[in-house]
Design a protein around this ligand. Structure first.
Ligand code: 6PG
Length: 255
């Protein structure tokens, strides 16, 4: 039974990201009551950067950072220090703030950070990362099952790097794939729909007026919603949360 989306709406992007950060930490704490680690999957792009900032500034005191494993929903095929790198953004904004090599205080050890390596051959890296998911994550319905997944959405309705037209990736037997960005032609690695849908919770963080139309069509299931890959990422057994600021929510109300 696919869950109904829960809408969580706040006034602006910072308030929205702050709510997600609070819920993320609480979810991790709850999961850790019965599990040794939490497997989280992070989105890329610009929207989640404020979420990472808030985690670093408001939750540095969280006592279980070393029991969270970090994976990525997708990655651009660029070096990790490239400004386009999704891993690179989290390293700069979160890991390098929580970890202090000078004092030796390491809250998030390297072994808990599962970077998609953007400089490897894309086909090889998609296979390599698939094997990591198989090894590190619990399996459910024959696919790796992340605990907490954070996703964004593009103005064309893509999520992770599953773009309109690549609908085969929504139900692929593969765990990861390599694709070309429809405009830039640049290669990307992405988790596939069956992994993302297999999450304990899927949490879309969407802010800004430019996303209002796409969010409305997806939530209200009208317009071109069936062309948007993000529409199909509904956890089979988990929770589906949309964290929206008022600009992206438009006339939608909290559910
Ligand atoms: C990526 C993301 C992608 C992103 C959307 C929204 O690597 O770009 O994973 O799916 O979430 O493109 O990006 P913005 O947050 O920058 O609008």
């Amino acid at each position: 039974m696919k869950p109904e989306p829960i809408l969580k709406i706040r006034s602006d992007d910072r308030q929205t990201a702050a709510l997600l950060a609070e819920d993320f930490i609480n979810s991790c704490g709850e999961i850790l009551k019965s599990r040794e680690y939490v497997n989280t999957v992070l989105s890329g792009g610009n929207t989640p950067k404020i979420f990472f900032e808030i985690l670093a500034s408001e939750y540095s005191g969280f006592k279980n950072w070393d029991r969270i494993k970090f994976f990525w929903a997708d990655e651009r095929c660029v070096p990790p220090d490239d400004s386009e790198s999704n891993y690179g953004a989290v390293k700069r904004i979160l890991f390098d703030v929580l970890n202090n090599p000078d004092t030796g205080e390491i809250k998030i050890p390297d072994e808990n950070i599962y970077m998609i390596n953007g400089i490897n051959d894309p086909s090889y890296e998609a296979e390599r990362y698939s094997e990591i998911l198989l090894k590190e994550m619990n399996m459910n319905n024959y696919f790796p099952s992340p605990d907490v997944t954070l996703l964004g959405i593009g103005e064309d309705g893509h999520t992770a790097s599953i773009f309109p037209g690549n609908y085969d990736l929504l139900d692929s037997d593969k765990y990861c794939a390599f694709v070309r960005h429809p405009e830039s032609g640049k290669y990307r690695i992405t988790m596939t729909g069956n992994v993302l849908k297999n999450s304990g919770s899927v949490n879309f963080l969407v802010t800004g007026k430019s996303k209002e139309k796409i969010v409305s069509e997806i939530i209200l299931e009208n317009g071109n919603f069936e062309k948007y890959p993000a529409y199909f990422i509904k956890p089979s057994d988990g929770k589906l949360n949309w964290y929206l600021d008022k600009a992206a929510a438009g006339s939608l109300q909290e559910i």
